[in-house]
Design a protein around this ligand. Structure first.
Ligand code: ADP
Ligand code: MG
Length: 615
């Protein structure tokens, strides 16, 4: 057989390498910013258009390149940063693979201008899809400017694969944050579509964080500092009460390189245990300094995953450093969630104004009868609730987890009021419901049993209600006595600006927006004032995750976030009236079977199913 193996031409090899290095515009941003840092820049400008699809330009005032270097920099495996394999273990630069510029030039139109301090004139180079279009002498400032246009122009499939400009922009901002946080001594400017988003002067770390995430961040931070033989740790934690419902500000840097490490993240999480709710995420900015020879950065093309020699020790040190800092700043003992949960206002009270207490008189009450529990009247049950409940907690322990019905019927008794006041009359109707494990509502239907997931059911009800309000004409809002002033970062304010119309049709009334503050004078009727900030935070983070393409999907994101934040949760006790109202509301919904997040809401157990169990 004839020989069939051929060496790939350079431009093809470069395109393949590009696939690893350049996944999306944000990858280009990362590589160019890192090159500027490696070049010793004091000031770095990032200019982006259309989420990076049209233009990504980075201008630095670093060391620049000679004409020969300028040309060579676009060759694959061409680097000034390492000379031999040994150097891989003493890295002090961000780059070292010599692949970024070659990869970028393989799939975009690139224009570079660069000049070193010792030369009077600089070099300009134009490359399109690995083809050198021209090299000229230019007059330009010291440093380097690289403009990358029309990314993936020659790979339509990849270009089509890109997300909306907003989503790509979001990724770019994330990369920008990471580099800017790793290098507070470097000044950064960031422009998108002609407007300046960030102007970050050289600053100490804490200030850099605040410049990026907004002035309200300052009060959230507590410092961390730990020096050991293995690692030096510095940085900041966000106090536990600021933990978010979604992963927000979580940053690990190793030798000033942003890294992802689920393992080390776990160490932080572990240290926060008991201080934050199980479904929330702590914020942190942790900077690790380790001996470069004790890590391997070359295990992934994007260099965000690295291997530490002694991960377990690192884990223990990080965990204790975080704990120490939380303790030292007196953050730790303040919160006790075990207790908090019980003290929390029951859901049913949240949407109500104060109501005068009602005095109930138990006509059958007989002070001489000592065995009150047996009579089983409403008034007595409440009075004896302690001892009375204990009877069943014992029972529960005996029957064990498997027998979930054992505690069913008694949970609803502990709270008195209802979520849907207007439906109180339903109590009299023939349908009965029970709450099971504070999670399901069980009721009977003609053909058998209906088991409803309380949280999902309420999500569905609220979701449809919110969508109706957003798309309908009438908005119901609650006027606030004093305007609520909330602070957000500039980026967050921009997002709020984008969804402003939707928020207003929901019932939010904004007095004004300024750079970092929002003045709210009215909130939707279903959103308690105290929750408004939390809901908006959640909205911003959901919006970032899934930037909606059109206004319908924008309303959808808003309605989803609100219903998730405000719906009854698993673990909440619902009284009988609330259970009934929820069931009725659910079945008045357009799509009562499926939650807004595509999960089933209820299951039916037919009589036949039950019969089978008895065979
Ligand atoms: P790497 O950063 O891994 O070395 P790159 O492809 O990113 O590879 O860059 C290749 C070389 O081009 C670098 O090693 C550096 O010498 C030079 N270079 C790239 N960007 C700049 C810049 N902004 N200023 C000065 N030199 C640069
Ligand atoms: Mg590089």
């Amino acid at each position: 057989m004839a020989d069939i193996i051929q060496l790939l031409p350079d431009h093809v090899a470069n395109q393949i390498a590009a696939g690893e290095v350049v996944q999306r515009p944000a990858s280009v941003v990362k590589e160019l910013l890192e090159n500027a840092i490696d070049a010793g820049a004091a000031t770095v400008k990032l200019i982006v258009k259309d989420g990076g699809k049209t233009l990504i330009q980075v201008v630095d005032d670093g060391i620049g390149m000679s004409p020969t270097d300028a040309r060579l920099s676009f060759e694959r495996h061409a680097t000034s940063k390492i000379k031999c394999a040994e150097d891989l273990f003493h890295l002090h630069t961000k780059g070292f693979r010599g692949e970024a510029l070659a990869s970028i030039a393989a799939i975009a139109h690139v224009e570079m201008q660069t000049r070193t301090a010792s030369e009077e004139v600089g070099t300009s180079i134009k490359i399109e899809g690995s083809n050198l279009i021209g090299q000229d002498v230019v007059v330009c400032p010291k440093g380097t400017s690289i403009a990358v246009k029309n990314l993936f122009f020659n790979i339509p499939a990849r270009r089509n694969f890109l997300k909306s400009n907003q989503v790509e922009f979001r990724h770019i901002t994330d990369e920008f944050h990471r580099v800017a946080l790793a290098h507070p001594a470097v000044a950064f400017n960031f422009y998108h579509n002609g407007s300046e988003l960030f102007n970050l002067p050289t600053a100490p770390l804490r200030k850099r964080i605040v410049h990026i995430f907004g002035s309200k961040t300052n009060v959230k931070l507590v410092p961390v500092q730990e020096e050991t033989q293995v690692v030096q740790i510095k940085g900041f934690l966000c106090k536990p009460e600021y933990a978010k419902k979604s992963r927000g500000e979580q940053f690990f840097f190793a030798n000033n390189r942003f890294i992802k490490s689920p393992y080390l993240y776990h160490a932080v999480l572990n240290a926060f245990e008991g201080l934050i709710k199980p479904d929330s995420y702590p914020g942190y900015f942790l900077y690790l300094e380790v001996d470069p020879s004790s890590i391997d950065i070359n295990i992934h093309p994007t260099k965000t995953e690295i291997k530490f020699d002694d991960e377990q020790t690192l884990y223990a040190i990080i965990r204790s450093a975080v704990k120490h800092s939380l303790g030292q700043f007196n953050v730790a003992p303040v919160l006790d969630f075990e207790q908090d949960q019980n003290l929390e206002t029951p859901y049913s009270y949240r949407y109500k104004g104060a109501r005068p207490p009602k005095v109930t008189v138990d006509m059958r009450f007989n002070p001489f009868n000592t065995d009150m529990g047996q009579q089983g009247t409403q008034g007595n049950k409440k009075k004896n609730v302690k001892g009375w409940e204990q009877m069943y907690t014992g029972l529960e322990a005996v029957t064990g987890k498997g027998d979930e019905f054992s505690s069913v019927s008694f949970e609803a008794e502990t709270i008195a009021s209802s979520i849907f006041e207007e439906q109180r009359e339903l109590e009299e109707s023939a349908v009965t419901t029970q709450q099971l494990r504070r999670k399901y509502i069980v009721t009977t239907i003609k053909s058998g049993l209906l088991v409803i997931h309380q949280s999902r059911a309420h999500q569905r009800v609220l979701y449809e209600r919110f969508l109706r309000t957003i798309t309908g004409k009438e908005t119901v809002s609650q006027q606030l006595l004093f305007p609520l002033v909330l602070s957000f970062s500039k980026g967050d304010m921009r997002i709020l600006g984008e969804i402003k119309d939707n928020l207003m049709s929901l019932g939010f009334v904004f007095d004004h927006f300024d750079q970092e503050q929002l003045y709210i004078t009215g909130v939707p009727q279903l959103v308690p004032e105290s929750e408004a900030g939390i809901v908006l935070d959640q909205l911003i983070s959901d919006y970032q995750q899934e930037v909606p393409a059109d206004s319908f999907s924008q309303s959808d994101v808003v309605a989803k976030t609100l219903c998730r934040s405000l719906a009854v949760k698993t673990g909440e006790i619902l009284d009988n009236t609330s259970q009934l109202a929820l069931v009725n509301d659910l079945f008045a919904c357009k799509e009562s079977g499926i939650s807004p997040f595509n999960k089933p809401i209820y299951v039916t157990v037919s009589e036949a199913d039950i019969d089978k169990k008895f065979m």
